[in-house]
Design a binder for this molecule. Structure first.
Ligand code: NAG
Ligand code: NAG
Ligand code: NAG
Length: 294
């Protein structure tokens, strides 16, 4: 059995409820391996944290649920917040420490116990967490941009939370009802949910309150994209018939993409050249991410 780790630590209760048993058979392992080869390799950061901080703890490998619950309780203490929306810039360090703690917890267990018992943490879920750590927590450039978001996040937290809750429920439903996350049907629905979440947060970009500048919105959308990739750590770029998604094609319309780009042109006239270069770079990254899903 495996356990799914949780992304946005909403509360310890919510965390405790986030245990989804899943069984990974040989075929799905093979598929995951193949899929992993298609993805860019996950680079563990050399400086900020090691994923094996402590030597073998001589786990009692029979006590999986107790161990998993301890991990999530500890993580909930580290983040110490019940909010679902993106962490405020003053709390993102704690949010990151909590995710790293969960990740280390899971890797430690799997390293020591996977061969001893069939209870272990879900590998896809661990990789998703590492993806978030690499692209948010260990990305200093991103964190500098994120620091400006305090007011914007407060103002945008309600629509964002709505998007996230919808996404989280769809993902939980899919991962809950099935033993096999990589099954075609489940994979398809997970990818649809991921694309719908991005579109939802993208749509809020266009209706964001005045507290959010265009730059803020772009940074926030990058956060959303990384979190969505971490939650559904699967290859959603190939062989996906998004037209057939329940509820219609969730990809952003070309009008939306044009609007995102033209907002850049409008604002760059009035900002310093440096600022506009950063914006363009940001938009470029965002654009690539969006295009990948079109
Ligand atoms: C979980 O924490 C409790 C209380 O600190 C401790 O007694 C127990 O041994 C821990 N379980 C595992 C598996 O580490
Ligand atoms: C947790 O958050 C509460 C309320 O925000 C605060 O009063 C408390 O000091 C925090 N606890 C820790 C250990 O940081
Ligand atoms: C997941 O399954 C459990 C028990 O099978 C159920 O209690 C829970 O409501 C389900 N959650 C979702 C989101 O479907």
């Amino acid at each position: 059995m495996q356990v799914l780790l949780l992304f946005i630590l909403s509360s310890s209760w919510d965390v405790l409820n986030a245990f989804y048993m899943n069984y990974e058979d040989e075929a799905s392992k093979h598929r995951m391996r193949k899929f992993n080869q298609d993805l860019k390799p996950i680079m563990l950061s050399k400086n900020n944290q090691k994923y094996h901080t402590e030597p073998s703890k001589n786990f009692n490998c029979d006590e999986f649920s107790s161990y998993a619950i301890n991990c999530t309780i500890d993580a909930a203490f580290i983040y110490n917040s019940t909010r679902m929306s993106p962490p405020s810039p003053t709390k993102i360090n704690d949010w990151c420490r909590a995710i790293k703690h969960l990740t280390n917890c899971a890797i430690d267990w799997n390293t020591d116990c996977k061969d001893v018992t069939d209870s272990h943490f879900n590998e896809e879920s661990i990789k998703g967490h590492i993806h978030v750590v690499n692209n948010i927590c260990d990305d200093e450039w991103f964190l500098i941009r994120y620091e400006e978001l305090e007011v914007c996040i407060e103002a945008a937290s309600q629509p964002w939370e709505f998007c996230y809750l919808t996404f989280k429920n769809s993902v939980e439903e899919q991962k809950n009802i099935t033993q096999e996350w990589t099954h075609y049907e489940v994979h398809f629905r997970l990818c649809c949910a991921r694309a719908r979440f991005r579109r939802c947060t993208l749509e809020t970009l266009f209706t964001l309150p005045p507290e959010c500048s265009h730059n803020h919105a772009v940074t926030l959308q990058k956060f959303s994209v990384v979190v969505s990739e971490g939650s559904v750590y699967q290859d959603c770029d190939h062989n996906m018939m998004y037209e057939n998604c329940p509820g219609g094609d969730p990809r952003p319309s070309s009008a939306m993409l044009r609007r995102l780009m033209s907002a850049d042109i409008l604002s760059s006239a009035s900002v310093r050249q440096y600022g506009s270069i950063i914006t363009s770079l940001c938009l470029f990254i965002l654009f690539v991410v969006i295009i990948q899903s079109v």
